[in-house]
Ligand binder design. Structure first.
Ligand SMILES: Cc1ncc(COP(=O)(O)O)c(C=O)c1O
Length: 492
């Protein structure tokens, strides 16, 4: 990685777009706004350059899927920066990269091991790939009721018993918890299992102090990072690193992304790569110091608890310090905390029954004082209100956002998108086969997977989550989608 870093001050894509703007070229091509020459309020609000840079694939601006110019150079710089053989700009989120990644690591009929807490895009990818998902149970923290991850020591037997050829790892989880990546990569290498790492929430981890193991450096086959989440690029941007160049990842991306990729989005990736290449160590240290400062300020308040890695048991070996997991000690649910913070003009990343998750990132660094002041003031006020029982009745706790499973389950491949479904009232759905995923959103981790028989336990949990304010995807007006009788026969 170090040897190429002198090149990293270059921003090939941003330079070309700045030049394009400067040349005042006649735009007899897409997009139709022709550099922002339309009469909408956005023309003013968004400023001049974003419109000017919103161009299409031209001789000067290169082509994403057949890159030979500035996009080739920008992606090569990205690969060098990340220490990968190949790197790709993604303009449809980490989701697109994960789905393309699945199609690249597993063939129809093969078995891929997936942790039960995997994001929806992974389950959709497996379904499209026609692969069999070997679903690995994930332990759930008894007190905080959040998924902890897969125990690597249990994987060897499953790989052997099920003849698994590929696996997905989540590193870290939405809550910033991570397991033993060194052991996992070593195990996959030992058994020739292709490893796809969902690093959607962990792009910044290699820059934080503490030498957190980096799956790219360890040699995972494909790693997907969601740069928009923590690196500072625009929403929907992500990157992929491919270490095994024989995998058809680039080709597979076209199944999940537009043929008209957004140049402002890609330019934001180019610019952010340049920023982290120049100042990554400083940014990483500043972020860790900022997380510590805010954590200390909250710790001094009455009634609040911040969870650290010591609060969790194995298989968790570390926690991203920039994820703040905050729980109220007077029994206010995470949903209620989030609602009260919202009233104070503060939006958190995710609310669950037991806690809220807040994300700290580089964009905070120039407004730390304001964030600390407003958040602390709001937390003091919420706790005072709770003491007087003005927010809501104390929450009894013990409600998970995720249904713990005990057994490894193999789900036969099915074309879920083409099967007929009917919506039935929740309770009537017990015993039927789910036709679509049902999940609390965020985090988008399925409570029920398409293809699973819907259990009473799942419906009990779903109803409790709705009662405490959870937003459930796949649940509509009290109903769930189950396979129509005509298709159910063939699936059972
Ligand atoms: C663990 C995990 N992986 C993947 C994704 C998908 O990321 P994106 O929203 O960039 O498509 C998410 C989204 O929140 C996620 O939580």
């Amino acid at each position: 990685m170090k040897k190429q870093l002198e090149q990293q001050e270059k921003l090939p894509l941003c330079d070309v777009l700045a030049q394009y703007e400067k040349e005042h070229r006649l735009r007899l091509s897409m997009p139709g706004h022709k550099g922002g020459k339309t009469d909408t309020p956005l023309t003013q609000a968004w400023g001049h350059s974003i419109w000017q840079w919103d161009v299409t694939e031209l001789a000067m601006t290169d082509q994403l899927y057949h890159a030979q110019g500035c996009l080739l150079e920008a992606q090569q710089l990205l690969a060098d920066f990340l220490g990968g053989k190949q790197a790709f700009f993604l303009v449809n989120g980490a989701s697109a990269g994960l789905m393309a990644g699945i199609l690249s690591v597993v063939r129809p009929g093969e078995r891929i091991l997936i942790p039960r807490n995997a994001h929806g895009s992974i389950w959709r990818g497996v379904s499209l790939a026609g692969a069999e998902a070997v679903v690995m149970p994930v332990s759930v923290d008894d007190t905080w009721q959040i998924p902890l991850g897969v125990d690597v020591s249990q994987l060897e037997a499953v790989i052997k018993d099920y003849g698994v050829t590929a696996m997905v790892a989540i590193y870290p989880t939405y809550h910033g918890l991570y397991g033993d990546m060194d052991a996992l990569v070593a195990l996959c290498k030992q058994y020739g299992v292709r490893l796809l790492v969902d690093m959607a929430h962990g792009s910044h981890l290699p820059f934080l102090p503490g030498a957190i193991p980096n799956p790219i450096a360890l040699g995972a086959d494909i790693v997907i990072q969601g740069w928009h989440k923590t690196m500072g690029s625009m929403t929907q941007t992500a990157v992929a690193v491919v270490q095994d160049e024989t995998l058809p990842f680039g080709k597979n991306l076209l199944y999940f992304q537009s043929t008209s990729p957004s140049y402002p989005l890609m330019a934001s990736l180019d610019a952010v790569r340049g920023l982290w290449a120049e100042k990554g160590d400083v940014l990483g240290r500043s972020l860790a110091a900022w997380a510590e400062e805010l954590t200390l300020a909250i710790r001094q308040l009455d009634g609040w608890r911040i969870l650290e890695v010591v609060d969790f048991q194995l298989p968790v070996v570390g926690k991203d310090c920039t994820r703040i997991l905050l729980a109220n000690e007077l029994g206010l649910s995470g949903f209620a905390v989030s609602e009260q913070l919202e009233k104070a003009g503060i939006d958190v990343e995710m609310a669950e029954a037991t806690l809220v998750t807040m994300i700290l990132a580089i964009g905070d660094l120039c407004q730390k004082d304001e964030i600390k002041e407003r958040l602390v003031a709001a937390l003091i006020q919420i706790n005072e209100m709770q003491k007087m029982q003005k927010c809501e009745p104390p929450y009894q706790g013990g409600l998970t956002s995720f249904l713990p499973q005990q057994e490894v389950v193999a789900l036969m491949p099915q074309p879920w998108w083409s099967l007929s479904s009917v919506r039935v009232p929740c309770r009537t759905a017990i015993g039927r086969i789910a036709a679509e995923m049902v999940s609390l959103y965020p985090p988008g981790i399925p409570l029920i997977l398409a293809g699973e028989v819907i259990t009473k336990a799942a419906i009990d949990l779903l109803e409790k989550l709705i009662l405490v304010g959870g937003n459930i995807q796949g649940y509509d007006d009290g109903s769930l989608a189950v396979l129509a009788a005509s298709d159910e026969e063939g699936v059972r």
